[in-house]
Design a protein around this ligand. Structure first.
Ligand SMILES: Nc1ncnc2c1ncn2[C@@H]1O[C@H](COP(=O)(O)OP(=O)(O)OP(=O)(O)O)[C@@H](O)[C@H]1O
Length: 241
């Protein structure tokens, strides 16, 4: 079980606006923390900083009180907004690409039976039958590819799951079932789940805690019961005005 401490993170892109501004959070181990906010609010930036894909301008993160290291990084399950699949490779190869499997095995596609079975079980739970394992990833629909990215993140039993809009390409019913599965898997693993969403109703139903970002700042941090569900500010003008 890993708790996450985020200390005064700020990030200003070169020539751009401040994507994160003085973000501090203590996320207890095992918590499902939903990150909401209008488009451009900084949700992906926060997740990318936590995944150490993007370096912050200032601030730091601690995992169980310590900076991240190689061992910690291997315990993060990342679901990127763009899925980051290898289109030419099979679904099986994509799902098992980041699992803790000897490199020579993954080169020749010889995965341990236990990992194959877990991959098939996860994909089936996500609504993708075993026949999908042999298909090229780029032959799947966008929503199917998104679920492959979710299975890949869960396969190696992560202690921290960073999910960037993991149901954005799914129809409402599949999205709800997928988010329920993600929450349940995280619970079973004791994993801390930090998940950006565009659907306040899903966040209210599934998350333990909601963080609302606006222009890179935290403007709400509390329980779903206290959240009023409004993630947008009236700053868009209607066409013709
Ligand atoms: N590489 C970059 N260079 C310059 N600005 C960037 C870069 N990446 C993001 N930004 C800016 O940082 C801000 C936050 O972007 P971010 O992608 O984190 O928003 P978001 O809340 O995830 O949005 P969405 O819901 O549309 O995915 C935006 O103003 C965006 O234009």
């Amino acid at each position: 079980m890993i708790d996450v401490r985020i200390i005064d993170l700020s990030l200003r892109h070169p020539g751009g606006a401040e994507a994160l501004a003085n973000v501090s959070l203590d996320i207890p181990a095992g918590q499902f923390c939903a990150v909401l906010g209008a488009s451009g609010a900084g949700k992906s930036t926060l997740l990318r900083v936590l995944a150490e894909i993007t370096a912050p301008s200032t601030g730091s993160m601690l995992y169980c009180g310590a900076p991240s290291d190689t061992a910690l990084r291997r315990r993060i399950g990342l679901i990127p907004q763009d899925f980051a699949l290898c289109g030419r490779a099979s679904v099986a190869r994509n799902v098992m690409a980041v699992a803790d499997i000897a490199l020579w095995r993954s080169f020749i596609g010889l995965y341990p039976q236990s990992e194959r079975a877990r991959a098939a079980r996860l994909l089936a739970a996500l609504g993708l039958e075993e026949t999908h394992l042999a298909r090229r990833a780029d032959s799947l629909s966008g929503g199917q590819q998104q679920r492959v990215a979710i299975a890949r993140a869960l396969l190696h039993r992560p202690a921290i799951i960073l999910a960037d809009e993991p149901v954005s390409s799914l129809d409402p019913a599949t999205g709800e079932a997928t988010l329920a599965l993600l929450r349940n898997e995280a619970r079973d693993l004791g994993a801390t789940l930090i998940c950006s969403l565009h659907q306040p109703d899903l966040a209210r139903r599934f998350a333990d805690r909601i963080i609302l970002l606006d222009a890179g700042r935290i403007v709400f941090d509390g329980t779903p019961a206290k959240f009023d569900g409004d993630i947008t500010r009236p700053r868009l003008l209607a066409v013709g005005q």
